[in-house]
Design a binder for this molecule. Structure first.
Ligand code: ZN
Length: 448
């Protein structure tokens, strides 16, 4: 570790976190001890935190106070992790319908968020400082598994408006100190891709972070240009938010000369699991209880595929208890060869995002269009189908009939990205069918 990195990681960043009232430093240190605990000890910790969480929400969160009363559930009766399954599942429509009642009566410093990545229908929810500290710590621990620390140079290829919108002076200073360079993943014209390659070469990052689709797109471009990227000393490429396909993993790894580490989670569900250098997808068990359930919500045994349900134990001020991710996964009972006791999640089948092509040939990440729809009110679900360069269809499932104003807002937003001449057809539908493969896709492009 360089002197600069150790200064940032052990002094400057901890100070930054203390000013923001985040507990990430202490939490990360605890997690680096508990990651080696055995299953029994980790489960005892989970039970203790679960009992505390449930006792808190029973008193302080109106939604849970009413729910517990209506199903006859008492926090004091919880004596094992299995008792959790007596509670009903929480999903996005429920959060949407009870956003205010889900806030703890004594919750302070709650920040408002939209769902990140491509992981689901639009959703507004709240995150407390306590939770931020835990989520930052979990990510920090995982980067340290790969011999990368806060303060090491990193290049982030991202497109979330949360990050892109917050490029004020303070944020810029922070990024500079932490040596984080953000490259916008939305519009990737050949010209922009050339600039990305140039910047990555100049920065020589220890770590790349981004969507697998975006990183493999950049890798492909480097290869086509004959631009070498495997001589920069990159330790690892962190990918998240989308399903990582084997071809993408191989391509990113080959072109950038580093292993690829897959991460699974989102702003809503939290930092659920992360890959270690030995290939195990370790669950952040100290903070997150993962259940795999069947269609009736009944937990399935290890090894069986079902929907991934998470309970985030640091969410007392806006609880995520038995929250449906909509993704399919399998719990693995085998230990990892790295000897960490954190349980393993395998075969996650999330939803995927495609690229679209603008009329002028610019390749656009599907999220650029997803964010336009996601931020609109009353839209429950959607699907974008690019029929050809001149026509893109948008299917929308809405709580109420779409107003003309809203429709033209969608059209304007899409034209701004795809080209003013492109015809955008917005169609209201009752339901969006799954693909033949059984997967849900937000973006399908028939171009290219
Ligand atoms: Zn491992």
């Amino acid at each position: 570790m360089s002197l600069y990195t150790s200064l940032i990681s052990s002094l400057v960043f901890p100070l930054h976190e203390r000013i923001k009232n985040h507990s990430s430093v202490a939490v990360r240190k605890e997690m680096e001890l508990s990651q080696w605990w055995d299953t029994k000890r980790l489960e005892a910790l989970q039970l203790l935190k679960l009992q505390r969480l449930l006792a808190h929400v029973e008193i302080s969160v109106p939604y849970y106070r009413d729910l517990f009363a209506s199903v006859g559930f008492k926090a004091a009766d919880v004596h094992s992790l299995a008792d959790l399954s007596r509670l009903p599942l929480l999903d996005k429509p429920k959060i949407r319908a009870h956003t205010e009642a889900l806030k703890s009566a004594n919750g302070r410093d709650l920040s408002r968020f939209n769902t990140g990545g491509s992981s689901g229908e639009p959703l507004i929810f709240y995150i407390s400082k306590e939770r931020v500290g835990h989520d930052v710590a979990a990510k920090w621990r995982a980067t340290r598994w790969w011999n990368v620390d806060i303060g090491d140079p990193e290049v982030v290829i991202w497109g979330s408006p949360i990050e892109l919108g917050a490029q004020d002076g303070l944020r810029a200073l922070r990024d500079k100190l932490l040596r984080t360079r953000l490259l916008p993943a939305f519009e990737m014209s050949a010209q922009k891709l050339d600039r990305f390659l140039h910047e990555i070469r100049a920065i020589r990052p220890k770590m790349l972070f981004g969507y697998p689709s975006a990183l493999s797109h950049i890798a492909r471009h480097a290869e086509a240009r004959g631009c070498r990227m495997d001589d920069l000393g990159i330790h690892v490429a962190f990918v998240t938010s989308e399903r990582l396909y084997d071809e993408q993993r191989q391509q990113i790894s080959r072109i950038f000369g580093c292993p690829v580490a897959n991460g699974y989670g989102g702003r809503d569900a939290g930092f659920i699991a992360h890959e270690c250098p030995q290939g195990g997808m370790h669950i952040t068990a100290e903070d997150i209880i993962v259940e795999i359930v069947d269609q009736q919500g009944t937990p399935l045994p290890y090894g069986e595929a079902g929907e991934i349900i998470v309970t985030h134990l640091a969410t007392g001020d806006f609880p995520f208890i038995r929250y449906r991710t909509g993704d399919i996964g399998v719990l693995d009972s085998k230990p990892c060869i790295c000897e960490r006791g954190l349980p393993l999640l395998k075969e996650i089948q999330g939803r995927s995002t495609d690229f679209l092509v603008a009329q002028n040939g610019t390749v656009i990440h599907g999220l650029a269009l997803i964010y336009i729809l996601r931020d609109l009110p009353r839209i429950r679900n959607f699907k974008i189908i690019q029929e050809n360069l001149n026509l893109t269809r948008v299917w929308v499932v809405s709580d109420e009939r779409l107003e003309v104003g809203l429709t033209s807002k969608i059209k304007e937003g899409f034209k701004a990205r795809l080209g003013q001449e492109v015809e955008i057809v917005v169609e209201e539908v009752n339901e969006i069918p799954l693909e033949k493969s059984g997967k849900f896709r937000y973006v399908v492009s028939k171009v290219g």
